[in-house]
Design a protein around this ligand. Structure first.
Ligand SMILES: Cc1cc2ncn([C@H]3O[C@H](COP(=O)(O)O)[C@@H](O)[C@H]3O)c2cc1C
Ligand SMILES: O=C(O)c1cccnc1
Length: 361
């Protein structure tokens, strides 16, 4: 058992020394200075995360898909039935989802974690049974979770991160599955960024105009029901962050926040997927600000709240393919870029070693 407090206490800022060294080393490689653009920033950050220059290759990648259901589904915020969450878990464990195809493409392992699916799931290979509850309560009526439930889900995420690193994972990737979770994501992003509901709520799996207006209203109702003022101050301190997470978050948001904290404590990079991961990273950052240094934004999803969350965290997305799926799909596709950025630091010759003339002063 690894406690939340211990994990937060173990998180150190990324190391500036190896980052400076990495920046200088980039300039000695046989390419014009700065020519690898954002990939140079990624390599520098990987050096800070590992505390060494050159940074280790972030290979292999390990994806964890955290699955849970949402009481707010009863408000008609998603066109899909709640049973799809459990059915997709079976699809992941059978290897049939998009996340499985993308994981195979980039050589990532897939672990599925039941932190709150509203059904009893049959044991399956690659499925971890960490159910905290059979879904959350309806956030539009009051708190979605108790503090104890939120803490238990955070702890599950921490432990999954630790176990994947112990098993050899050198880059973690976040994934989610939970019908109606874009509603809880919007509520979390509102609460943690102080932005109004209309600017951060998206169409999720694809709601029509009428349902979209209703979804925004449900997000507003959720904030009000939990004493959170729309477009106002953001939670101050870890205690209030935990209260807000429990009030309007989902069990998978809590677990993904824990997963981020676990990666940071283990000094391993974690690639964030879409809007659900963005919302969870806001929670992780409010619990332990230094954890965000270990996060790389895999992509920017089509959900408007995702860009808001990333801007608040100061993270630039690596790719923008207009994905709006979740499961970890966008995070997985970014992994080869992160790996390529590190490989440059190991395999590219310097001007000196290759006998290539540097540009004149
Ligand atoms: C078949 C299917 C596969 C998915 N894989 C991820 N999601 C994504 O859609 C859901 C969130 O959207 P909303 O808030 O609109 O319900 C989450 O489960 C998310 O992971 C899926 C959704 C469906 C239907
Ligand atoms: O941004 C995402 O990851 C996303 C968008 C819509 C539905 N599910 C996930």
């Amino acid at each position: 058992m690894t406690s939340l407090g211990e994990t937060i206490g173990a998180i150190r800022p990324v190391e500036p020394g190896p980052m400076t060294e990495a920046r200088a080393y980039q300039d000695r490689l046989t390419k014009p200075s700065g020519s690898l653009g954002v990939l140079e920033d990624v390599a520098v950050r990987l050096a800070g995360i590992a505390g060494t220059c050159p940074p280790p290759l972030p290979v292999p990648a390990a994806l964890a898909i955290f699955a849970a259901d949402h009481g707010v589904h009863a408000q008609g915020v998603s066109p899909w039935p709640q049973e799809v969450t459990a059915q997709m878990v079976a699809n992941f464990t059978a290897g049939g989802a998009v996340a499985n195809a993308f994981a195979a493409e980039v050589g990532a392992s897939v672990t599925v974690v039941d932190v709150g699916v509203a059904a009893d799931l049959a044991p399956a290979p690659r499925l971890l049974a960490r159910k905290v509850a059979y879904g959350t309560a309806d956030l539009s009526q009051g708190p979605a979770m108790t503090r104890e439930q939120a803490t238990a889900a955070l702890t599950a995420g921490i432990e999954v991160a630790r176990d994947l690193v112990d098993a050899g994972g050198r880059c973690l990737v976040t994934g989610d599955m939970g019908i109606a979770n874009t509603t809880a994501s919007a509520a979390l992003i509102c609460a943690f960024t102080g932005r109004p509901a209309a600017g951060v709520t998206g169409r999720g799996t694809g709601v029509d105009d009428t349902t979209y207006e209703h979804k925004i209203e449900i997000v507003r109702r959720g904030l009000r029901a939990n004493g959170i003022t729309e477009a106002a101050a953001v939670p101050a301190g870890p205690d209030e962050a935990l209260r807000v997470l429990a009030a309007v978050g989902g069990l998978e948001h809590a677990a993904i926040a824990g997963f981020v904290l676990g990666a940071a404590a283990a000094r391993v990079p974690v690639i964030l997927d879409g809007v659900i991961a963005g919302a969870a990273a806001l929670v992780a950052g409010a619990l332990a600000p230094d954890a965000i240094g270990y996060c790389l934004a895999g992509h920017r999803s089509a959900e408007p709240g995702h860009a808001v969350a990333l801007a608040h965290l100061g993270l630039d997305p690596l790719v923008d393919l207009r994905l709006r799926l979740g499961e970890g799909t966008g995070g997985l596709l970014a992994h080869p870029l992160v790996s390529a950025a590190a490989r440059v630091m190991h395999e590219v010759a310097t001007f000196d070693s290759a006998g290539v003339a540097d540009k004149g002063e």
